[in-house]
Every structure is written in C-alpha cells, then in structure tokens.
Ligand binder design. Structure first.
Ligand SMILES: Nc1nc2c(ncn2[C@@H]2O[C@H](COP(=O)(O)OP(=O)(O)OP(=O)(O)O)[C@@H](O)[C@H]2O)c(=O)[nH]1
Ligand SMILES: [Mg+2]
Length: 317
C-alpha cells in the first residue's frame, strides 16, 4: 500500500487516511515510513465562523492552484459531528466542482468519540497527503473553539475568514483566531458592511506585534462568484515567500513540530489509557474520588500517567 500512496493513488491514500484516523495498530509504522517522503507540501488552514464561506473559498482556491499545475489535497474537518453527517455532505456538494478533478483529493474528517485528538488525526492525514505528492493541502475547519484552533495550528499558513456584519464580534474573537491569521479574507464582500470589517481588521493588525514581523494581508472575496480568488492566492504565496526568505521560517517550523509533538504525546497517553478496560475503569474511579474530594486531581493525574505507561509496556511485551 505504501508504494501506491507514494505514487499518489487516491484509493490507497483514502485507505491509509482511514487507518491513521482510527489509529489502527499499523498506523504508526506506516507514518514512520512515510515521513522521509514528506516536507514538500504547503499546508494552508482555512478557518472562520460557521457559514462564512470556507468550503466555497476552499473549492475556489483549489481551482486556482490546479490552474497553476499544483496537485491539491483538501481536508474538511468537522469537529462537532461524531458521524459523517449533514455538514460533511454539504461540504461535498459545495466542493462538487472539484470532486471530478483527478488532481484534487477531498476528504472529510470528524471526531470519532473521545479517543485520539482531532488535531493529531488531521496532522497525520496531512502527512499522508504530503507523502503522496500533493503540492498544496487545504484544511478547512470551523473556527469557534480551542479544538478548531488546534487543528489549524500546524498549518504553514492560516487564513481567517471574516464576513460583513460581524464587526462587533471581531473584538471578541481577538483572543482566539484573530491572533493566528496570516491572511485575513473578508468573504461575502458583496454584502454591505465589508468596509467596516476591513477597517476593524486593519486596526487590529496595526496594533498587533508579531514576533516574525509579518504584517497579515487583508483581501476581499466573493467566493460564491469567484471574485478575489487570485488576490487571495497571491496573499498566501506572498506569506509563503516571506517565510522562505526570512530567518523566522525555521522558528515557525520548530514551533509547528513542537505543537505536533505535544499533541502526539497527549493523544497517545489518553489513547493508551482509554483503549484498555482497566484504564477506563481507573479513570472513572478516580474521577468519582476527585468529585468526592477524596483525592486531589493532581495525584489522580499522576496515577493515570503511570498507568498509561504500564499499560503500554504490557501491551508491547
Ligand atoms: N453572498 C455570498 N454568499 C456566499 C459567499 N461565499 C459563500 N457564500 C454562500 O454562503 C453559504 C455558506 O457557504 P459555505 O462555503 O458552506 O460556508 P462554510 O464556512 O464552509 O460553512 P460550514 O462549513 O457549515 O461552517 C453558501 O450558501 C454559499 O453559497 C459570498 O462571497 N457571497
Ligand atoms: Mg464548510
């Protein structure tokens, strides 16, 4: 299967993503073998409020990159839905223009229960696409909570979508996704109020002081009509060139890998614990004891960490 993935076979890629998503036993050995073949793809995270036009924009961006002869992978993350439900079907339909294109691979991902992190699963899926030779990987996620921010945190460029009429909300969002945007896209610019959002964003950018010295770009789009797409691609590519030319690129890469490692460790510890009945039961017992104030949470966590480790050792014996 690895050979088929490396030559970009869509069915093999889809199968391997399912394996890594479910953290099947063989997932790690596959990922290890793929790693040396990665590092070429450029990952773009696209986040924004529900309905802001992320899927529509992603579809258009994919088209623009395809015209530049790039192979494009799309991952639509749906953190809220435990099933392949309505929202994902919606994404499929809106990305229809790409779904018949042999140079575009589209995949939806949803949280499956509480095991493993969605961010971990997404990063691993990106690894598969990277190894399979996709030049650009677009990751769509709803930007409303911490989980969603985690999902895009490992992207090399982050697009934050804003829409007219949310001027007051921008201040509220400041602490979350406003801080992570490398490019701000004011979508639905055909609606009134685009000027106001743009002014708000520019004011925030003027106040911000990024350690890498990048001044985030702001572009206006009407994704549904395909307007402003080239400007958006240029903004992404502008940031990419800025990074390539600057000494901060390595710092960002190190930062990305640090986030990724932390996520891997977190998800592994949790998974080791929860895949075993003893772990699940111990968690229940300790949670009840902490609730009764019979034990403090810090000692309980220590115990769970130790248990996770010994369960892993036992399983590997
Ligand atoms: N007027 C207008 N409508 C748009 C624009 N872009 C997208 N839409 C419409 O807005 C609706 C939502 O678009 P989506 O692309 O599904 O938005 P989304 O952010 O992916 O939505 P979720 O994934 O459900 O959070 C659709 O009906 C689109 O056709 C735009 O620029 N202008
Ligand atoms: Mg969507």
């Amino acid at each position: 299967m690895l050979h088929d993935v490396l030559r970009g076979d869509f069915r093999a890629v889809a199968r391997l993503i399912t394996i890594v998503e479910n953290e099947s036993a063989e997932a790690n050995s596959y990922l290890r073998a793929l790693f040396p073949h990665t590092g070429r793809a450029f990952t773009v995270g696209v986040t924004g409020a529900p309905g802001s036009g992320k899927s529509t924009l992603v579809d258009r961006l994919a088209g623009a990159y395809r015209r530049r002869d790039n192979r494009v992978g799309i991952i639509a993350v749906d953190p809220t839905s435990p099933f392949s439900g309505g929202a994902i079907l919606g994404d499929r339909i809106r990305m229809q223009s790409r779904s018949l294109d042999p140079g575009t691979f589209i995949r939806s991902m949803a949280t499956r229960g509480s095991l493993g992190g969605l961010a971990r699963a997404t990063t691993d899926a990106v690894t598969v696409l990277d190894a399979a030779g996709f030049d650009i990987v677009l990751v769509e996620t709803v930007g409303v909570g911490q989980d969603e921010v985690e999902v895009v945190r490992t992207a090399e460029a982050i697009l934050v979508l804003l829409v007219p009429g949310m001027g007051d909300d921008i201040q509220a969002m400041k602490a979350g996704i406003m801080e992570i945007g490398d490019v701000f896209v004011i979508n639905k610019s055909d609606h009134s109020g685009a000027d106001r959002v743009e002014a708000e964003v520019n004011a925030l950018i003027a106040m911000s002081n990024r350690s890498d010295g990048w001044k985030p770009s702001v572009v206006r789009t009407v994704a549904s009509a395909g307007e402003g797409i080239d400007a958006c691609v240029n903004a992404i590519e502008g940031f990419r060139q800025f990074q390539n030319a600057s000494v901060v690129k390595r710092a960002r890469q190190v930062h990305i890998q640090k986030e990724r490692l932390l996520e891997l460790v977190r998800s592994r510890v949790t998974r080791e614990l929860l895949r075993d009945r003893q772990g699940v039961e111990r968690l229940e017992q300790l949670a009840a004891r902490v609730a009764d104030r019979d034990v403090d949470p810090y000692s309980a966590a220590d115990e769970l960490l130790t248990l996770s480790r010994s369960l892993k050792d036992r399983r590997e014996e």
